[in-house]
Write a protein that binds this ligand. Sequence first.
Ligand code: NAI
Length: 344
Amino acid sequence: MKIAFFDAKPYDVKSFDPCARAAGFQIKYFETKLSEDTAELAKGYDAVCVFVNDTVNAAVIDRLVSFGTRIVALRCAGFNNVDVKHAFGRIHVLRVPAYSPYAVAEHAMAMLLTSIRRIHKAYIRTKDFNFSLSQLTGFDLHGKTVGVVGTGKIGRVFIDICSGFGMRVLAYDKFPSSELRESGKASYVSLDTLLAESDVISLHCPLTEETYHMLNASSLEKCKRGVVIVNTSRGALVDAEALLGAIKSRQVGAACLDVYEEESDFFFEDFSGHIVEDDVLARLISMPNVIVTSHQAFLTEEALANIAETTIENIRLLTEKGECPNELCYRRGEAEDCKSGKCF
Ligand code: NAI
């Protein structure tokens, strides 16, 4: 098994090499992302291994198929960057549905606490021996209402964390969980009620046509004034320009963003010596009440180890047994996501 590994980082090599060796697979690491321009690199490889900002559109799929590449192994949970309809029947698409929901949920809480307790400001001040407390006043999470959109694996861990802080939890999900409802940890409400009553809103649903720009000018207007928005899911759930407008008008009190609509142009790379052309991103980052991390929520040792193990095991199962429970769409109607209709 020869795997072309795109958008490779040193931490990927460290976690994937031992797993690939144990399975007898060969991996060639490419720093570049997979796109129509770079698909050629996959020639002669049985599989490509890709991440969140690689492009797996119809044109890329057709090129991969023409080279005889049979597998797209996503080393992530989300698959909004894959044209699943086009892939169906042409190429196998495997993913890692869960690697550490704790990693992402804990990062969401880390960003939230950093923001509302102004830790990002205090850190820089004390580094400069400035011990003033001026403008560092935060607020307690205890007793506040958090609205969690998407109550899957990550959303539920985040709900547990928020419950531990003594918060009232409202939840919205297209497919509510009866188990969560019965647990009494959260109350399911309509999206409009969640928007209207939450002091903090955290997004944990996938990016689909339906959830694209779920937070836009009109939905942000329905929120409580001063709401804190946390997005560790996918950038395009939030209309970034509308968010900027709502921050300027003080409708949004703070934003914690691990993901950004146009992140594929920037995230994971060092632009510190460049003029950043994206004015919305530059303006958001310039705001004292906005924290941006570059799609870092997954990045824990535990998650990296699970991602590598599951990705290699997915490929092994598919090649040796002819099927893999983490396949997205090749056998429509059989794979888990197809059964629930979530991937179309
Ligand atoms: P999951 O599949 O366990 O849960 C997603 C939930 O969203 C499900 O309960 C589903 O019913 C719900 N949902 C689907 N459509 C919806 C809609 N239209 N409105 C409201 N809810 C809807 O997924 P998991 O593992 O909890 O991951 C959630 C998201 O987190 C992923 O889709 C991915 O985009 C993002 N993620 C981000 C990472 C990061 O490093 N920042 C790492 C891993 C995942």
